[in-house]
Write a protein that binds this ligand. Structure first.
Ligand code: SAH
Length: 244
């Protein structure tokens, strides 16, 4: 178990440095400390995260995902496409208990871990195993259903748009978390976003402050203006071979 006093100090420092302290409420930091314990313990027998240093976990997982928390509307039904080891799902669930979050990944083991971890932390989420392009089909009950779809580190934006936008309800939002190459990826994806019924609403560039350096982040918000045509999403092979 990590040293709680050390964890609290490092956590507060990093959140403050990144202007995120305002979103902390009593119990939040403890929940993140518990999550860190569970994640590192599980990581000994299963690949949950490549980052194992506590300070880096707080910076690159928690602070990075916390930025998203400030832009999601109250009570939204949220889908995390490719949640992996629970990012951004778990930080969002800790910081925003008003949200109804569904965590989706194609790897069953990861989904099970995320569901069990949420359970241990007393967080209510829904967990879903499957491929996004299959679950976004018309007859599954997930298409055009979510107020907000989020995704981090899953694919380039011109592939990700076809995996995510079909899930967004009309007038809902797709929030795509990108790094320094965000604008470049967006330029590649612009045409496809239109075909999928989306309109680029905003591009917010920010800085993630680490201990001795900083990294660029880019949050792309796409508004779903029209229903996604039934032809999308295509099979993954097609999406990859010929991005829209
Ligand atoms: N979002 C997490 C994990 C990123 S790794 C984070 O930021 O840390 C990418 C994850 O996306 C993997 O767990 C992989 O299984 C999942 N994934 C990739 N393509 C997918 C698809 N088409 N449908 C569902 N999950 C997918």
């Amino acid at each position: 178990m990590n040293d709680r006093k050390y964890f609290n100090t490092v956590f507060q420092t990093i959140f403050e440095k990144n202007g995120l302290s305002g979103m902390l409420t009593p119990g939040t930091v403890d929940a993140f400390a518990d999550l860190t314990d569970i994640m590192l313990e599980t990581n000994e027998h299963m690949n949950v995260t490549a980052i194992t240093d506590v300070e880096k976990i707080i910076q690159l997982h928690y602070a990075d995902c916390a930025v998203l928390s400030a832009v999601i509307p109250e009570g939204a039904r949220v889908l995390d496409v490719g949640c992996g080891g629970g990012f951004p799902t778990l930080p969002l669930a800790i910081l925003r208990t008003d949200l109804r979050i569904t965590a989706l990944d194609s790897t069953e083991k990861k989904v099970r871990y995320v569901a069990e971890t949420a359970d241990k932390l007393g967080l209510k989420i829904q967990a879903l195993t499957g491929r996004a392009e299959d679950l976004a089909a018309a007859n599954t009950g997930y298409r055009e259903q979510f107020d907000v779809v989020v995704s981090r580190a899953v694919a380039r934006m011109n592939i990700l748009d076809e995996l995510c936008l079909p899930f967004v309800r009309k007038d809902g939002l797709f929030l795509c978390m990108k790094g320094a190459a965000g604008r470049e990826e967006l330029a590649e994806a612009e045409k496809g976003i239109g075909k999928l019924g989306g309109r680029i609403e905003s591009v917010t560039e920010s800085t993630l402050y680490l201990t001795d350096k900083q990294e660029a982040r880019c949050l792309i918000a796409v508004r779903k203006e029209k229903y996604t045509p039934g032809a999308y999403p295509r099979t993954f092979a097609k999406i990859k071979k010929a991005p829209l």
